[in-house]
Design a protein around this ligand. Structure first.
Ligand code: F2R
Ligand code: MG
Ligand code: MG
Length: 345
């Protein structure tokens, strides 16, 4: 398999690519595969001079996480919150969720003492269940062997509902396992995620949130069981994936979906070009699901990039995506931090 450094670089760079490439179809409900392939193939054709594909809030917030972890050499909630607020004030037009904007404005206040309070005030005190915590969770897996705990804390700065922050935990766990080469055994990979999430979702707060929102008991586990069922089927249509897993802006409707995209694209698929490698298949398939395409492709990209390594990413894609080069530099720095943290613990 790829080296550890190649996996770190692949994870961070492919997350940016998923966001930039996926932005084309965000919010579009039906995306024909031919439109996806036209878009993806145009990235290879540099003569077309497509210009730079800009990143959105997904990468903007993930970059804040990365810069904070590197500068503080660990997790510092005050520093991270300040960076989120500053980034939003500099570039408010990156396509942020309509609710999270209120949190980012409050986080800018110099009088704020509890940086978790603005997130708790969201949606009449219920907190956000959006996928904004999960979309920026990958860097935690690149900094800490114990990614889940820090991914949860990092997500809670904007998402205090357990259906939001547990999505971030799941995404961080998936990237963590992929970095260890666990996708070489897909059944073991999904079973490990299910058993980890059994534990994560067993607390009273998670059980209560699921009840209030009329979701199944242990909702992420429930979805992961559906992922496992879909993996076992010979043929799965896009419609079945959307109906079983979702393609929406809620973490519950997008994190298990992103994981499925990676698992489904481990093998060649007849509706995807033969010359595509696994990483290209994963990004293209994520776009074909429609809905929250930038975020699903960003999360699937992080997991797939950790599995295949940076060499699997086509160079022309890197050249046409804003922020991809910076992500590569930062991944190398996170790789050093990760090993320092591992040796210290
Ligand atoms: N927001 C978008 N895309 C659509 C708009 C694009 C933009 N206007 C443009 O045209 O450029 N994409 C980005 O948002 C998602 C991440 O969102 P996040 O950070 O979770 O935000 P928020 O506001 O907390 O939650 C998102 C929406 O989910 C619903 N929601 C969440 N919790 C809720 C609750 N407890 N009760 C009811 N509804 C809840 C709300 O509709 C929120 O606005 C990513 O896709 C990123 O790419
Ligand atoms: Mg976005
Ligand atoms: Mg999105």
């Amino acid at each position: 398999g790829p080296t550890s450094l190649s996996r770190f670089r692949g994870a961070l760079v492919a997350a940016v690519l998923g966001d930039c490439v996926g932005g084309e179809f965000e919010g579009v409900e039906e995306v024909p595969m031919e439109n996806v392939l036209r878009h993806v193939n145009s990235l290879e054709d540099e003569t077309k001079g497509n210009g730079i594909l800009e990143y959105s809030d997904d990468t903007a917030m993930a970059s804040c996480v990365v810069q904070s972890l590197l500068t503080r050499a660990g997790f510092d909630e005050h520093d991270m919150a300040r960076r989120f607020a500053k980034e939003y004030s500099i570039s408010p037009g990156r396509g942020y969720g309509s609710g999270v904007i209120q949190v980012l404005k409050k986080l800018a206040s110099p009088h704020l003492t509890d940086v978790y309070q603005p997130a708790r005030d969201q949606f009449n005190g219920r907190g956000s269940f959006g996928n904004g915590g999960a979309m920026r969770a990958a860097p935690f897996a690149l900094a800490f062997p114990d990614a889940a705990n820090f991914a949860r804390l990092g997500a809670m700065l904007t998402h205090s509902c357990s259906l939001g922050y547990n999505g971030a935990v799941l995404q961080a766990l998936a990237v963590h396992l992929a970095l260890q080469g666990a996708l070489d055994l897909p059944q073991t990979f999904i079973n490990t995620l299910i058993s980890e999430m059994e534990e994560v979702e067993s607390d009273e707060v998670s059980r209560n949130d699921a009840r209030i929102l009329k979701e199944a008991e242990k909702p992420f586990c429930n979805r992961l069981h559906r992922v496992r069922d879909l993996m076992d089927m010979d043929k799965v249509t896009i419609e079945e994936v959307i109906s079983e897993l979702g393609n929406g802006i809620a973490a519950l409707q997008s994190v298990p979906t992103a994981i499925f995209c990676v698992l489904h694209c481990l093998q060649p698929r007849q509706y995807l070009p033969e010359n595509y490698g696994g990483l290209e298949r994963t990004i293209a398939y994520s776009l074909a699901l429609g809905g929250d395409t930038d975020t699903i492709a960003c999360m699937a990209g992080a997991i797939a990039g950790a599995h295949y390594g940076v060499e699997a990413i086509p160079q022309p894609w890197i050249r046409c995506c804003e922020g991809a080069d910076d992500a590569d530099v930062n991944a190398k720095r996170l790789h050093i931090l990760y090993h320092q943290v591992s040796q210290g613990s």
